[in-house]
Ligand binder design. Structure first.
Ligand code: AMP
Ligand code: MG
Length: 405
């Protein structure tokens, strides 16, 4: 029995085990998922400091000429106190002196030797960066379950953090199945076919932050399939393509079940890619995708991506969509949950006319897809549609309705 797309995702979220952690230097943490909150051990900024090159002044001296004889540079540790009728020259980032109520930028004062004429109005606190205005000591500034970005690394560095607990890299093993397949670096006969799925799956897994293992391809015999599976069992996720339909030599699922796979679903109500299956062998997740490249990759985007996110402990592991409008009229065959690849130009979306399950070129050209409900047979120009990004990530902390109605 085929499960629905949403049921399939629920099963995936429920059965994808969380991968263990490791401690890495923050410079190596980019793209990893945080497994602990980060709590500020001090204020950021750490001390009150000047936001401009200018003069530290008192508000009551507005409109007067004051005397300035000292300078505070960034990196100094000033001990003086600013008195009335004085100004102290100060550089951006330098700690403000005791008694300073505002900083006036250099371009807003007139200077003659030690005499500085101040503007008529001085707003209290202006151009002073207060301690803790960015991050307060004791507060959480990065959360468990978030992906580490360059900006997160900047925050960690600003707190003097050297190492971070993150999910270790997820190991993905990939193999294709099919007697007709040959690796792309060999000469082939006219009736043979290059294995394009394995390199595609591997590359996409790498893009999604995984460590990958190339198992190549298996022929359509139980022995060969079982050998390929045994070589993959140390992975966290095994992704295969082919041999999952109704053909006489479609043994992929049987080979996995022979080796202990618990099958959680073996078909999804989706077009293309119905024979997509999901199972587990201990803590290893198995995803069997169809052999047809476009069908397999559509289901990879829909089901493998969330699996990786879930296993990495990412809180925002759910698919989400961009709401846009149809660029032009488009008709499709009703009756099935249908995935259509297409182009989103930032304003409108247009599915490609030519896309068949066995094709490769629409995958390369697409940057988004939409999934229509079975009753949809036409999408007129300017119809609101929801698209799922491919190649760029957009995720949510809860599962949304991502179907186009
Ligand atoms: P299957 O699901 O094994 O029946 O395969 C369906 C179609 O996809 C057939 O035309 C296969 O030749 C093709 N195919 C299967 N595996 C691959 C692969 N790794 N690379 C490219 N095409 C494939
Ligand atoms: Mg096959």
């Amino acid at each position: 029995m085929a499960v629905s797309i949403t049921q399939a995702l629920d099963i995936i979220y429920k059965n994808s085990p969380l991968v263990s952690t490791e401690i890495v230097p923050i410079e190596m943490a980019l793209g990893r998922v945080m497994r602990e909150d980060s709590i500020a051990t001090f204020d950021l900024p750490r001390f009150d400091n000047s936001a401009m090159d200018g003069y530290a002044v008192k508000c009551a001296d507005a409109g007067t000429t004051v005397t300035s004889s000292e300078v505070i540079y960034a990196g100094d540790n000033p001990t003086m106190t600013l008195e009335a009728t004085q100004a102290i020259k100060i550089m951006t980032g330098a700690p403000i002196p005791q008694g300073c109520e505002a900083v006036i930028p250099i371009e807003n004062v007139t200077v003659h030797d030690t005499q500085v004429t101040l503007p008529d109005e001085i707003q209290e606190n202006i151009h002073i960066r207060r301690a803790g205005e960015d991050i307060k000591h004791g507060t959480v500034y990065l959360y468990k379950g978030e992906k580490v970005t360059a900006y997160a690394i900047a925050l960690l560095a600003s707190q003097g953090v050297t190492h971070l607990k993150v999910t270790r890299q997820i190991k993905v093993a990939v193999f294709g199945t099919g007697d007709e397949l040959r690796p792309h670096f060999e000469k082939i006969a006219p009736h043979q076919l290059y294995n394009s799925n394995t390199p595609m799956f591997l590359s996409r897994a790498k893009e999604l932050g995984c460590e990958v293992q190339y198992i190549g391809s298996s022929s359509d015999t139980m022995e060969s399939l079982e050998a390929a599976i045994r070589s993959s069992l140390n992975a966290d996720i095994i992704i295969t393509s082919g041999g999952v339909s109704m053909g006489d030599r479609d043994f992929t699922k049987d080979a996995f079940t022979n080796l202990g796979m618990e099958l959680h679903f073996d078909k999804v109500d989706i077009k293309p890619g119905k024979p997509t299956a999901f199972g587990t062998i201990g803590d290893t997740v198995v995803i069997n995708l169809p052999g047809n490249p476009l069908a397999s990759m559509v289901n990879y985007e829909l089901f493998v991506r969330p699996t990786i996110r879930k296993m990495s402990g990412m809180k925002a592991c759910y698919l989400t969509t961009v709401s846009t409008l149809m660029r032009d009229d488009f008709s499709l065959r009703a009756g099935k949950y249908t995935v259509r690849l297409g182009d989103f130009d930032g304003k409108t979306f247009m599915p490609f006319k030519k896309q068949l399950p066995g094709m490769l070129s629409p995958l390369e050209a697409a940057n988004a897809m939409l999934i229509t409900l079975p009753e949809v047979s036409v999408l007129e120009k300017n119809t609101p549609v929801k698209i799922i990004p491919i190649g760029w990530e957009l995720t949510a902390r809860t599962q949304e309705d991502f179907f186009t109605h």
